[in-house]
Design a protein around this ligand. Structure first.
Ligand SMILES: [Zn+2]
Length: 238
């Protein structure tokens, strides 16, 4: 018949498996890939905001200059229309109007030069925004893929953990609750084995030896009352 202490050893195997699974859950490579991709996406988003801001500012200024140039052209055309309408007969006035037109066209030319300069600033910014947008979209697809991979890996581990937990709880329910509690106390203190097989004089928890006379006594009593390893504190099972 299996003693409660033997059951405790099996229970510990499940606890150890649970710890390993938890560690795997915490250190999944898929998680790191996702964290890295999220950081890259955040950096890219920040660059997009800055670059798009610069581009929009240049585009606005360019539009303002374009409006101004059009308005000057319209004014010049209107003066010319009046000049050639036949309404004006005074040569002096016509001369003044001609000077106006020249002034307006010259101003328009200056504005158009500045508009062209701004266009040369804006166009590379357009290209940069398009490039960043494309990279961000690709990264967005990566993010989705990484998140799905992580979710699948996590789900797999969680299923295993649930199975281990169920087996563990079933074993725990079949033995003395105080014994389980004592095992848990020892396991927390030892940060490892809460219960260990005694082989000869060697504790299988820490692989150190206990005095032969103690080992003899534990074997004789079947480990009851509970005996603990002098070195790691684990409950010893003969
Ligand atoms: Zn030990």
């Amino acid at each position: 018949m299996t003693s409660e202490l033997d059951v405790l050893l099996t229970l510990q195997e499940h606890d150890t498996a649970l710890e390993r699974l938890l560690h795997r859950h915490q250190t999944l490579p898929e998680r790191q890939a996702l964290v890295d991709a999220e950081a890259a996406a955040a950096a890219l988003d920040a660059r997009l905001v800055t670059t798009r801001g610069e581009r929009d500012k240049a585009a606005r200024e360019e539009q303002q200059l374009d409006d101004e140039a059009r308005s000057l052209a319209a004014k010049a055309t209107e003066v010319e229309r009046r000049m050639y309408s036949g309404e004006i007969s005074s040569p002096k006035e016509l001369q003044a109007m001609q000077a106006d037109v020249e002034q307006l066209r010259k101003h328009q030319g200056t504005i158009e030069d500045r508009e062209f300069e701004l266009m040369e600033v804006r166009e590379p910014l357009d290209a940069a925004v398009a490039d960043l947008d494309q990279k961000r979209a690709a990264l967005g697809a990566d993010l989705e893929r990484y998140a799905a991979a992580l979710g699948a890996a996590e789900a797999e581990i969680i299923t295993e953990m649930q199975a281990e937990r169920a087996m563990r709880d079933e074993l725990a329910a079949g033995i003395d609750a105080a014994l389980v509690q004592e095992y848990e106390r020892c396991r927390t203190l030892a940060k490892g084995a809460g219960v260990a097989r005694l082989v000869g004089t060697t504790c299988q928890g820490c692989h150190l030896s206990i005095p032969a006379i103690e080992a003899e006594q534990i074997k004789r009593t079947g480990g009851q009352p509970l005996a603990h390893c002098d070195n790691c504190g684990a409950i010893l099972v003969p």
